[in-house]
Write a protein that binds this ligand. Sequence first.
Ligand code: UGA
Ligand code: MN
Length: 414
Amino acid sequence: MASIRRTLSPYNDRSHHNGLNTTFSPQSPSQKLFSQGRTTLSPIRRFVAGVFFRKHQPRKSFQFSWRKPFFRCFMCFFLGFLLGMAPFNSDFNELRGDFRPSDFSLEMKPEVVSVQRSAGDLASVEKPKEDDLLIGAVELGEVERADKTDMKKVLDFVPGKHLIVVTPTYSRAIQAYYLTRLGQVLRLVKPPVLWIVVELNEASKETAEILRNMGILYRHLVCVKNNTDVKDRGVHQRNTALEHIEKHKLDGMVYFADDDNIYSLELFESMREISRFGTWPVGMLAQSKNKAILEGPVCNGSQVIGWHTNEKSKRLRRFHVDMSGFAFNSSILWDPKRWHRPTSDPIRQLDTVKEGFQETTFIEQILEDESQMEGIPLGCNKIMNWHLHLEARGLAYPKGWVLPKNLDVVIPSK
Ligand code: UGA
Ligand code: MN
């Protein structure tokens, strides 16, 4: 617009009036237009120029006429109306090479496909394969379906059976490692899981701290028993947990998980399938440590039909099950009628039996024979946990898990 105003300066006007353009001054296109308009333009163009470009002309008289402004106004309106009705369709836009709104749209339109198809007669343009198009559609469908299933999962969420994991523990050098390892496994198990950790005579600060920081549901119990035998190995602590479950009628699957064993996540999930009493084979190392052996059931489906047994000293056991090779319904402890138990005597681990017989004497209180057992997983053909021995009894116990002094630095000589 600025250039238009310049062309309308009295100077230019005057030079054109003379019909002479003696001074060489480069004219802008608009200047040319206007100058041409004065001489050779068609009547329509002259009219348009007259309407839009007001000239500075000395008024012939001071008499104000409404006719001209009104006419200009009307013409402006009319032209605007015509422009508004003009067909600004896609063809027009394509011709102009402008951006179309669809260029910014994220919507997938079949338009692109049809364009390629119609150009298919050109040898150089590769026709899109039907499969390509279908894959796109299927993927979208899958995503949608996955979303729906996720939502369904959230809405249909039914919490699995509670797991009540009982762990006797005692202070020793690698206790923190064991408890942390087991705690981290339990943290990966789908809730609800309750970890009952039992210590003898006092709750140690170190165990309490590990449990507090583990981020799982736990109960830290203390078993008060002054005279305990080394061979008891957690028997009284487990009994403290059983009393607790019985007293509070905790409902779930009870599992004795020693702190030093190795457990898979699958094991904990499988336990949720147990109804009354479940058992499975446990992997262990023979005394020579050069052979892996099994202890636990031999199954036909979930039916227990025999036992893996290794040590001669344990041959006389009724059930050849490891302490970490079975789990049972907690209501057996506090609801004997439901399970048709002949007595309502409390079910406890016995400290009077010889080593290796704790499990069988405990299980004998729960059931009568193998027909009341469920072997898991089907066929009992998988090792889901290991009972290994890594003795570290003699090691000093680091208070608070802090090293009192730095270890001697050993610099290897070159
Ligand atoms: C395992 C079983 O846990 C025993 O119940 C069983 O009597 C024994 O096998 C067996 O069949 O001979 P084991 O692995 O040999 O015991 O013993 P540890 O790992 O030393 O102890 C078992 C659990 O009791 C561990 O969680 C341990 O921390 C705990 N424990 C052991 C104590 O809490 N206090 C102790 O003095 C000893
Ligand atoms: Mn052990």
